[in-house]
Design a protein around this ligand. Structure first.
Ligand SMILES: [Mg+2]
Length: 365
């Protein structure tokens, strides 16, 4: 990889992971707040700046960013094995990485950091990061699925064929952006499929995992955009490739119709973000979280700050809609176009940057 390309990919990869963390941190402060509460507390524009945690002085990230980092770790471990000639399925390593995350939710840093990673021979900078041993409103679906997956006999070769449960919560799609950053997958279709599998590790409903394929496809195209497609073209392509991948699935029209509505609303004139978001849902479930993120990213594609502010100021799952919007806008615009104020107080900023840079170095082999 030449130096110019490396700088370009680094900017986009950092943008995707930092952007997600920023949207997550902004939204986490109001995740469970009603709209009257948000707008009475923060004024008619809603929350537009971080609410800092008094003890650390940081804007705290939530489980969305934690799990995103572990997704990246699992992918890199899988790539490492692939390069050594092993036949590797990324979902297996992502599962093990999620079990590492699960440990951070159940153990103290003191005890957890003494244990080896679930990935054989894996050295995880994440398990050595004290701040990650924090419960930030983790989703029950993830916790209960991973609790079962600690038992090896529960692990599946194919999480879509043998679903863990019937959940379509957004805990799947909020964490899979790194799959799109990984170009070790030769075939983009295979990558889309692995993104869906990564979601299905904990979320077994088609509407839980199909949005993961859409998001990874969008992120991948934003980085490796050989055809200079616009964001809208990329979104529509991701809709269509996912529709091909899951052709015949009875729930597919729910997802594709919602994506179409998000695109239509993003282009509507004289309408307010909050009204448009209400038409897409609340984001607690995966297809709604994705649709709200697509809407906000498309509507505010020139302005990262405006996009994430719009994406969190509603009564729904603000940190997840913020995280996914930040993933998309960060990958589109690059880290350089994220205002410095968002980076200054962001918890784990340096860890996120180092994971992003590792992913880019990883592409070099
Ligand atoms: Mg969260």
């Amino acid at each position: 990889m030449n130096a110019k390309r490396k700088v370009y990919l680094q900017d986009k990869t950092r943008g995707c992971l930092l952007g997600g963390a920023i949207g997550d941190a902004l939204g986490y402060a109001i995740e469970f707040d009603s709209e009257p509460r948000i707008f009475s507390r923060y004024g008619e524009t809603g929350i537009t700046e971080y609410r800092l945690e008094p003890y650390s002085g940081k804007a705290l990230i939530s489980d969305d960013t934690q799990m995103t980092l572990f997704t990246a770790y699992g992918l890199m471990a899988a790539d490492c094995r692939r390069r050594k000639g092993e036949r590797v399925v990324p979902r297996d390593y992502i599962t093990l990485a999620y079990l590492d995350w699960f440990r951070t939710q159940n153990m103290s840093f003191r005890n957890g950091s003494q244990l080896p990673s679930h990935i054989p021979g894996g050295e995880s900078v994440l398990l050595a990061t004290p701040e990650l041993y924090s419960r930030r409103a983790p989703g029950n679906t993830c916790l209960s699925a991973l609790s079962r997956l600690t038992d090896e006999a529960e692990r599946r070769p194919d999480y879509i064929a043998e679903p863990m449960n019937g959940s379509k919560g957004c805990g799947s799609v909020m964490r899979v952006a790194p799959v799109g950053l990984d170009s070790e997958f030769l075939d983009i279709k295979e990558m889309d499929w692995e993104a869906a599998q990564a979601g299905a590790i904990t979320h077994g409903h088609p509407l839980g995992y199909m949005p993961c394929a859409v998001l990874a496809h969008i992120i991948h195209r934003l980085l490796f955009n050989e055809k200079s497609m616009s964001l809208k073209e990329i979104i529509l392509e991701a809709r269509d490739t996912t529709a091909d991948l899951f052709a015949g699935n009875e729930y597919l029209p729910v997802l594709t119709d919602l994506i179409d509505l998000a695109v239509e609303l993003a282009e509507s004139e004289g309408t307010a973000d909050l009204d448009n978001i209400h038409r897409l849902g609340e984001g607690w479930i995966a297809e709604e979280a994705l649709a709200i993120a697509i809407y906000c990213a498309l509507r505010h594609q020139e302005d990262f700050s405006a996009g994430i502010i719009a994406s969190v100021n509603h009564k729904g799952d603000s940190d997840s809609t913020g995280a996914i919007t930040g993933n998309i806008l960060g990958a589109l615009l690059g880290a350089d176009r994220i205002e410095e104020k968002w980076l200054r107080d962001l918890e784990l900023k340096d860890v996120i940057i180092s994971v992003a840079d590792d992913m880019v170095n990883n592409l070099e082999g």
